[in-house]
Structures are given as structure tokens and as C-alpha cells.
Write a protein that binds this ligand. Structure first.
Ligand code: F6P
Length: 319
């Protein structure tokens, strides 16, 4: 490889900037020319491509969001859009693309690979929903944001002796709810991967208040159901009124945690190494304590649920 483009696509995630910086700096270190594509695949189709220098990524390692901007691009789902995108790269002699995002981003990248571009995917999403990697860039920061918010909610929940139902993001994945739930000692955690019984949760609430608990936090992953309906049913069944807090996009913002900044740095560098070794159609993954490459196709398989232990522990600790 000689010329490598980098883009971010799909929902932004804290640490994406640190990953962009790593791709640019590692690439230039190895005498590659690196190009930034603005606005994800939409910008690629329109030719919004600029050569990046060392200074282009100065002072961004700690910043949330993505300096390259991002978009969800419908045109990239169609063969015409895919061809336009590949042609923009080919016209500039760019032979490879590093795409930072979720599985939708990887699908776009895969199409470009079929059109002759070498591609590497980096997992960047707060949802932690990509098969093949233990963690995605942004997940840890987002969990920390939820933990901080819940500790504030606890102050008011305790003062009013109230139940709070907190909805967190994650699309169809319950990992943010699960990790933040354990970290905050939530009384119950509702995630899409595990069926829940509101009668059981009501009983738990009653037991808790009987033995002197003065507040409760119910953590609900957005994929587990409509939080307003869940909260209403919980009031009806338990007899306790509650308040609903939907944390929303605040979970996508902020400076990356050190864990995410480290992960992003290592993954960005690994993506460039993979290209230098001649690899293509691979994703970068964290596996145990290592950063590895895996076939991009692995990311398209559904992520098997593997967090029974965390769920069970959180449940046991919140009796
Ligand atoms: O994939 C990241 C994510 O924040 C999900 O958790 C959430 O379901 C979705 O994006 C929200 O998308 P949008 O920002 O387009 O509303």
C-alpha cells in the first residue's frame, strides 16, 4: 500500500478521534500517504477527501466525537453508490480504506473490497454489539457516563425514597445496561438478551423497601422494550411510583476514558500494520489482552450472548 484513506461512519463514539490520530500518525511513520474522508461514506461518494498531515490530528486524542464527521448513508447500500465511492478512491490512486464504525460501516467497506480496494474495519460504537471483538471503542466511556449520571440520580432518589427507571442506549445489545448496572449496583437490569418478569422485579422492590432500602434503580437497555410502558406496568404491579430518566445521546459524548483512548490507539496502529502486511477484508478486534485481526465476515454474524456471569453476579449482589 501507498495511499490509505480513513473515515468514520454510523453513530459517533468517544475515542474515534484517537483512532483517526493513530491511523494517520502510524501511517506517516511508515511513509504512507493518509487521506481523511469527511462525512463517512456520503462524503466518500461526493469526493470530500483531504490529505492528512501530522498536524491534522494534533490535539484531538482526548476529544469526543469525530473530526472527520460521520453520517448514516443510504446510497452506500446501492451498487451505484458503492461504485461512485470506489471510483473516488481509485481516481486518487488510494488503494486502501480504514473504516471506523459498526457493522453497517463494515458492510459498506466489504462492498468496496469487492471493487478492488483493500479494507480494514475498526470497531467504533458505544453499543459493544460487534461480533468478534471483546470491546468496541466508545463503550467504556459510555458506561462511565451512565455510572456518573446514575450516582446523581441516586442522590435525588434517596432523598425522595423513590424508584428510578433509567433507560440507556445500546440498540439491540444490553452491554451498556449490564456493565453500568453492575457498576452502580442497580436493583434490576433489563436487557434484550434475557427475558424478565416484572412481577419478580416488583417483589424484589417490595422486599427491598421492607428491609429499609430507601430507593431503587432499575436499569433498562433501550432494546429491552418501551421504557415508558415498562415503568407504568412496574408502578401498577409493585405499587411504587417511579420516575423515568432517558439518558439519550449524552452517552455518545465526552472525552474518551483512558481505556478507550488506549484501545483506539492500539487498534488504529494495528489497522495500518495489517495493511502493511498485505491484509485486507479484516477487522481489528480486542481478544483478551491482545489486539488482533480477524476476517471482516466475523463481524456480520450475530454476537452470541456471553455475559451470563455478569448478569448473575449483578443480580446476586443486588438482593
Ligand atoms: O449505535 C449507537 C447508537 O447511539 C445506539 O445506541 C442508538 O440506538 C442509536 O445509535 C441512535 O441513533 P441516532 O443517533 O441516529 O438517533
Amino acid at each position: 500500500v501507498d495511499k490509505v484513506a480513513v473515515l468514520t461512519s454510523g453513530g459517533d463514539a468517544p475515542g474515534m478521534n484517537a483512532a483517526i490520530r493513530a491511523v494517520v500518525r502510524k501511517g506517516i511513520f511508515h511513509n504512507l500517504r493518509i487521506f481523511g474522508v469527511y462525512h463517512g461514506f456520503a462524503g466518500l461518494i461526493n469526493g470530500q477527501i483531504t490529505q492528512m498531515e501530522l498536524g491534522s490530528v494534533a490535539d484531538i486524542v482526548h476529544r469526543g466525537g469525530t473530526i472527520l464527521k460521520t453520517a448514516r448513508c443510504k446510497e452506500m447500500l446501492l451498487p451505484e453508490g458503492q461504485k461512485l465511492a470506489a471510483d473516488q478512491l481509485i481516481a486518487r490512486g488510494i488503494d486502501a480504506l480504514v473504516a471506523i464504525g459498526g457493522d453497517g460501516t463494515y458492510r459498506g467497506a466489504k462492498k468496496l473490497a469487492e471493487l478492488g480496494i483493500k479494507v480494514v474495519g475498526i470497531p467504533g460504537t458505544i453499543d459493544n454489539d460487534i461480533n468478534g471483538t471483546d470491546f468496541t471503542i466508545g463503550f467504556d466511556t459510555s458506561v462511565n457516563t451512565v455510572v456518573e449520571a446514575v450516582s446523581k440520580l441516586r442522590d435525588t432518589a434517596t432523598s425522595h425514597e423513590r424508584v428510578f427507571v433509567v433507560e440507556v442506549m445500546g440498540r439491540n445489545c444490553g452491554d451498556i445496561a449490564l456493565h453500568a448496572g453492575l457498576a452502580t449496583g442497580a436493583e434490576s437490569i433489563l436487557i434484550p438478551e434475557i427475558p424478565f418478569d416484572l412481577e419478580e422485579i416488583s417483589e424484589k422492590l417490595r422486599r427491598g423497601f421492607q428491609r429499609g432500602k430507601n430507593h431503587s434503580i432499575i436499569m433498562v437497555a433501550e432494546g429491552a422494550g418501551n421504557v415508558i410502558d415498562i415503568a407504568r406496568q412496574l408502578t401498577d404491579q409493585s405499587g411504587f411510583e417511579n420516575r423515568v430518566t432517558i439518558l439519550g445521546h449524552v452517552q455518545r459524548g465526552g472525552s474518551p476514558s483512558s481505556a478507550d483512548a488506549v484501545l483506539a490507539g492500539l487498534m488504529g496502529a494495528k489497522a495500518v500494520e495489517a495493511l502493511l502486511e498485505g491484509q485486507s477484508e479484516v477487522m481489528i478486534a480486542s481478544s483478551g489482552n491482545e489486539i488482533v485481526t480477524k476476517s471482516l465476515d466475523i463481524a456480520f454474524a450475530p454476537k452470541p450472548y456471553s455475559k451470563e456471569k455478569i448478569y448473575q453476579t449483578a443480580d446476586e449482589l443486588a438482593i
